[in-house]
Design a protein around this ligand. Structure first.
Ligand code: GLV
Ligand code: MN
Ligand code: MN
Length: 406
């Protein structure tokens, strides 16, 4: 709730876009809490933050626990923040109980997870995992032409450490589910086995500006009418590849955006998702067919991001499953519908995730909410899994910690 005061919105949510003054304030607050808890904070070239609680053997690679502090423009209090602060809560709990882990524990804040300001999403966990180049990330620009590198420098979070050089032995992320499944089934924990694939597109529709009063309907080259047909095509494609496909047009810019001019240009985005990359390829073909059918305007379609589905490491999923069983929480295994930093990190480091229910399955919405007992359950499971992994990563034969109830 303290973190949610930063860039709070009137409807109860947060609008804390990456690399804004609010992001700096959130980072400063997070770092101060981590230092109070005895952690050392290091920052890489992309502003990814690692708050390390030392282990018994600091030569062992740390266990990372974290998520992101940036939000959507109309975001909630929990998406991302919960996962970062769950890591901090684990550090505080270990401190309170004077428990030493074998490997160090790193609480991680990944930069620009949302991709709302700088596309694509999960940009800096993506560089960490080797999926994007450093320069690709640094050169991203926002809708006003502001550059990622300059904004990172401006808020004082461009560190010296090369991105990806800070090794993690395993990575765990707790998150609200952002969908209705756990709530609907009265389950407390989602044991996440992987994430679905995503394809993001930028579309530019070019028609011709014309006078709205004196230009007959026949022969207009109205870019917004053409774009509207494509928006409906996105919807139809997602429905055609039911039940697992989703398709969204979330962003649109109309030019010149004047009441009495036929729009000459429209730019919009497309977000397609499905757990199966082969299905995403067929959705891609269907979108290209819809573009080819458009005759009133010319359409430029660019796929700017192809993020294949990912499976989490069985050993990490099992650690989460075992901790959930030990606590006796009702649970189900599930594939994540949302993208997460964990989905990128999993391509480099053994990774898994814990989901907890959120009210009405709502997220990317100011009304996002979660019950305290569920958030606590997620932390307990994360703690159990982290304790197991902090021993298992270095010493698989020596799992000495046992504070999970039998
Ligand atoms: C991030 O929130 C995403 O799933 O796009
Ligand atoms: Mn998130
Ligand atoms: Mn999000």
């Amino acid at each position: 709730m303290d973190m949610a005061r930063i860039d709070a919105l009137p409807g109860g949510g947060c609008g804390r876009l990456a690399l804004t003054d609010g992001d700096r304030e959130a980072r400063d607050l997070f770092a101060s809490w981590c230092r109070e808890a005895g952690c050392t904070v290091t920052i890489d070239r992309l502003g990814n933050m690692f708050a390390q609680r030392p282990g018994r053997d600091n030569a062992l690679t740390p266990i990372g626990i974290g998520s992101h502090l940036d939000t959507q423009p109309h975001g909630g209090k929990f998406d991302g923040v919960y996962g970062v602060l769950a890591g901090l809560e684990i550090v505080r709990t270990l401190n309170d109980h004077r428990i030493e882990t074998d490997a160090p524990i790193d609480v991680v804040n990944w930069t620009n997870e949302e991709g709302a300001r700088f596309a694509p999403a999960m940009l800096c966990s993506g560089v960490y995992a080797g999926l994007f180049d450093l320069d690709f990330a640094l050169s991203r620009t926002d809708a006003d032409g502001m550059q990622f590198a300059k904004e990172l420098e401006r808020i004082g979070y461009a560190g010296d450490m090369p991105c990806g050089s800070h090794k993690l032995g395993a990575f765990l992320e707790a998150h609200i589910e952002q969908g209705p499944v756990l709530e609907r089934h009265a389950q407390v924990i989602g044991v996440v086995t992987g994430g679905q694939g995503q394809r993001w597109y930028d579309v530019t529709v070019s028609g011709r500006d014309a006078h709205s009063g004196s230009t007959p309907m026949a022969g207009r080259r109205d870019a917004l009418v053409a774009a509207s047909r494509l928006v409906l095509a996105v919807q139809d494609i997602a429905l055609e590849f039911a039940p697992d496909s989703v398709g969204t047009v979330g962003e649109m810019h109309v030019t010149p955006n004047s009441r009495n001019t036929v729009p000459g240009e429209v730019q919009f985005t497309v977000d397609f998702r499905n757990p199966d990359d082969a299905v995403l390829s067929r959705m891609d073909e269907a979108l290209r067919d819809a573009v080819a059918r458009e005759t009133a305007a010319s359409v430029n379609l660019q796929m700017i991001w192809h993020n294949p589905p990912v499976r989490f490491a069985p050993a990490c999923v099992e650690a989460i499953q075992a901790a959930t069983t030990a606590y006796g929480y009702p649970r189900r295994q599930m594939v994540s519908g949302a993208g997460h930093d964990a989905c990128q990190i999993a391509r480099k480091v053994p990774t898994a995730m814990v989901f907890v229910p959120c009210k009405d399955g709502l997220s990317h919405n100011e009304a996002e909410s979660a019950e305290q007992s569920h958030l606590e359950a997620g932390c307990n499971v994360l703690l159990g899994a982290a304790l197991h992994l902090s021993s298992a990563v270095g010493h698989p034969e020596n799992q000495t910690h046992d504070i999970i109830p039998a």
